[in-house]
Write a protein that binds this ligand. Structure first.
Ligand code: NAP
Length: 310
C-alpha cells in the first residue's frame, strides 16, 4: 500500500520538537504516524548552535543534533517521514486530508506543529539585499562574515544569543535596538555586555539598508538625539520577532488576531480531531521544553479521540 492509499491514525504537519515529540509518543503507542516536513528535522532549533536550557543536558546539545536524535527516536517506533510542503488542508469530518507538493495524505487526526519563522523588519533595501548581506540565520550565514563587521537588529533573546554567536566570526557586532531597554533575559544581557566585540546602539532604528550587490551600510536614526548617520557594515541579521506558519490553514481552524492557533491545554483546536502544538500555538512561553510537552499531550489526546471513535 502506498502512503497515498494509507489512512494514518495521526498526520503531523511540522518536524520540529513539537511534531517529533508527538510522533515519538503516538508511534510508541502503536498509532500509525506520518510526519510531513518541508525542510529539515528539528525545525527552527536545528539552526541553533547550542541548546543550553533543555533539562538534562548540562553541557548543552547542538540544535541540529537534537533534531536528528528526535527524528531517529520517532522512526525507531515506526514513524514515517515525508519531505513535502503542505499547500492546503481539509480538516472537517472523520477523514482529514492534507494536500502537499508530494501528493495528498489522509489521516483520522491531524497535529498542526508548523512553528514560526523570522519576521522581516520591513526596512527599505531589506527585500532587495536578502541573501546578499541581509540574513535571518546567524548559524547558517555567520561563517561568511569572518573578520567582517555586522549589525544585528532586535533586543530580545534571539538578537543577543545570535549576536554573541556571530562574534565567533565577525570582528565587530553592533546590536541595534529601537528602545533604551533590552527585552532579553538578564543573563544574556550581562554576557553580551561583557563581550568586547559587541557594541549596543540603543534607542536606534534602521531607516534604510544600503548596497548595490551586497550590503555596504545601514542608515540609522538615534531617536533620542534625532541624529541620522550611515554605519558601514557587511551584513545585517534580523531578529525582530516571529510570525506563525499558518497561512496554509485559511479559515479551517480558529486563529488569534496574530495568526497563532487557538488550542486549549489539551492541545485541542476548534476542530474535533485536530490538535496544535509548539510555537504555532497561542501561548506564553515558546521554548523547546514547552514544545515537546505540547507534542506529548497532543499525541495522547489524539489517541483518546481515536479510542472513543472505535
Ligand atoms: P522577541 O522576544 O519577540 O523580540 C523581538 C525584538 O525585536 C524585541 O526586542 C523588539 O523590540 C524588536 N522589534 C520588534 N519589531 C521591531 C521593529 N519593527 N523594529 C525594530 N525592532 C523590532 O523575539 P525573539 O528574540 O526572536 O524571541 C522569540 C521567543 O523565543 C521569545 O519567547 C524568546 O524568549 C524565545 N527565545 C528563547 C531563547 C532561549 O531561551 N535561549 C533564545 C531565543 C529565543 P521591543 O523590545 O521594543 O518590543
Amino acid at each position: 500500500m502506498t502512503r497515498q492509499d494509507t489512512i494514518y491514525d495521526l498526520l503531523i504537519i511540522g518536524g520540529g520538537p513539537a511534531g517529533l515529540a508527538a510522533a515519538v509518543y503516538a508511534s510508541r503507542s502503536m498509532m500509525s504516524v506520518l510526519v510531513i516536513e518541508s525542510m529539515l528535522s528539528g525545525g527552527q532549533i536545528a539552526t541553533t548552535e547550542n541548546l543550553d536550557n533543555y533539562p538534562g543536558f548540562p553541557e548543552g546539545i547542538g540544535g541540529m543534533e537534537f533534531g536528528q536524535q528526535l527524528e531517529a527516536q520517532a522512526r525507531k517506533f515506526g514513524t514515517e517521514m515525508a519531505l513535502a510542503t503542505v499547500t492546503g488542508v481539509s480538516l472537517q469530518g472523520e477523514i482529514k486530508t492534507v494536500e502537499t507538493t508530494e501528493g495528498t495524505f489522509r489521516g483520522r487526526t491531524v497535529l498542526l506543529a508548523t512553528g514560526t519563522r523570522s519576521r522581516p523588519l520591513g526596512a527599505p533595501g531589506e527585500e532587495e539585499l536578502k541573501g546578499k548581506g541581509v540574513s535571518y540565520c546567524a548559524t547558517c550565514d555567520g561563517f561568511f562574515y569572518t573578520d567582517r563587521v555586522v549589525a544585528v537588529v532586535g533586543g530580545g533573546d534571539s538578537a543577543l544569543e545570535e549576536g554573541m554567536y556571530l562574534t565567533k566570526f565577525a570582528k565587530k557586532v553592533y546590536i541595534i535596538h529601537r528602545r533604551n531597554q533590552l527585552r532579553a533575559i538578564s543573563l544574556l544581557q550581562e554576557k553580551a555586555k561583557d563581550n568586547p566585540k559587541i557594541e549596543f546602539l540603543l534607542d536606534t532604528v534602521i531607516e534604510k539598508i544600503n548596497g548595490r550587490d551586497h550590503v555596504e551600510s545601514v542608515t540609522l536614526l538615534n531617536k533620542g538625539e534625532n541624529k541620522t548617520w550611515d554605519l558601514p557594515v557587511d551584513g545585517v541579521f534580523m531578529y525582530v520577532g516571529l510570525m506563525p506558519n499558518t497561512e496554509f490553514l485559511g479559515d479551517s481552524v480558529a486563529l488569534d488576531e496574530s495568526g497563532y492557533i487557538l488550542a486549549n491545554e489539551n492541545m485541542e483546536t476548534s476542530v474535533p480531531g485536530v490538535y496544535a502544538a509548539g510555537d504555532v500555538r497561542q501561548k506564553l512561553l515558546r521554548q523547546v521544553v514547552t514544545a515537546v510537552a505540547d507534542g506529548a499531550i497532543a499525541a495522547v489526546m489524539a489517541g483518546r479521540y481515536l479510542d472513543e471513535k472505535k
